[in-house]
Design a protein around this ligand. Structure first.
Ligand code: SF4
Length: 316
């Protein structure tokens, strides 16, 4: 566990990228203007309970009229001004980035891969937008480039998927996951911890299910309410409570203690745009969740995989 020897309690993406590419790799967000089946009426029309589709608008305004290559050039310039950044990953981020015909997708992905400075792709999507022909394309690209398929699952529990109004089932995810895995596509799974209606045991069950599936990475999110969402209405009406910072840190550590040491943790929590955030306050504070998770690990004197291995870490 090289990450433990390097002083981490879990295997962070930054370290995994440095090990693979020899330096920091920065994600450049690309908005290719996709829609979403949970918005356009295919799977649903209101979107997920936490999704403010208007929050896409600022990035759409900024990128409006810019090609994928132009967005990447602008993103790289911005990162180079702020950091000593050399290598970049094109991240197809807002909405459902496999939701188009294969020819359109291939053109968009290749325009990113052809950009100098780009060392790979990350593609965020939903499990119900991964037909075989799209996965075949991702398999072809994966054979030549670093490619990470990021699938939004959020929870393995149907009651939670229903509450979140995801418009897909766990079985749909499992089917997409297995078809992607058969094609040796690198998979990251997005999960939300602390959804109202879930208790600790539900999070443990999600953790154990994901550990058994063995994706290459996970991205953990806390649930927060932003303006103009159904979740915000429930929160305002006092019908739900959202986890405190210490509750979230406890759930994240519960989750990570059950994961294999080789699982890369892309993100430990989401940070909300404070212009939209209603609750909880801590979701808008930079690094608050990361620090709280580190503190919880120190308090328990554990680390990622602790409950699977219970080995003496030696260097804690
Ligand atoms: S799948 Fe993503 S883009 Fe679509 S409604 Fe849910 S959060 Fe929004």
């Amino acid at each position: 566990m090289t990450w433990l020897a390097a002083g981490y309690r879990y295997y962070p993406l930054g370290l995994a990228m440095r090990q693979l590419f020899g330096c920091n790799v920065w994600k450049v967000s690309v908005d290719a203007g996709f829609s979403c089946p949970n918005i356009d009426g295919t799977a649903g029309s209101g979107g997920c309970i936490f999704c403010n589709t208007r929050s896409f608008a600022p990035s759409r305004r900024l990128t409006s009229g810019l090609s994928v290559a132009e967005q990447i050039t602008a993103g790289i310039r911005q990162l180079q001004r702020r950091y000593d950044a050399q290598k970049f990953m094109a991240y197809f981020q807002p909405s459902t980035n496999t939701y188009a015909d294969v020819r359109t997708l291939e053109k968009l992905y290749r325009s990113a891969l052809d950009h100098p400075g780009i060392v790979g792709l990350a593609i965020g999507t939903r499990p119900d937008a991964l037909p075989d022909d799209v996965l075949d394309l991702l398999q072809r690209l994966s054979a030549q480039h670093y490619l990470q398929l990021e699938i939004g699952l959020q929870s393995v529990h149907q009651k939670t998927l229903d509450f979140l109004r995801r418009g897909h089932s766990y079985e749909t995810f499992l089917d997409a996951f297995r078809r992607a895995r058969q094609r040796q596509i690198r998979i990251g799974v997005h999960l939300i911890l602390g959804v109202p209606g879930e208790d600790r045991r539900d999070v443990w069950a999600t953790a154990e299910t994901i550990a058994a599936l063995q994706p290459e990475s996970v991205k953990l999110h806390n649930l927060y309410a932003v303006k103009d969402t159904p979740l915000a209405e429930l929160w305002r009406a006092g019908q739900i409570t959202l986890p405190s910072l210490s509750e979230y840190a406890g759930l994240a550590v519960d989750f990570l203690e059950r994961q294999p040491p080789e699982l890369v943790i892309e993100r430990i929590a989401g940070e909300a745009d404070t212009g939209y955030l209603l609750a909880p306050d801590w979701a808008g504070i930079k690094h608050a969740a990361r620090n709280a998770v580190d503190q919880e690990f120190r308090k328990r004197n554990t680390f990622q995989g602790y409950l699977r291995q219970k080995s003496d870490p030696g260097c804690l």
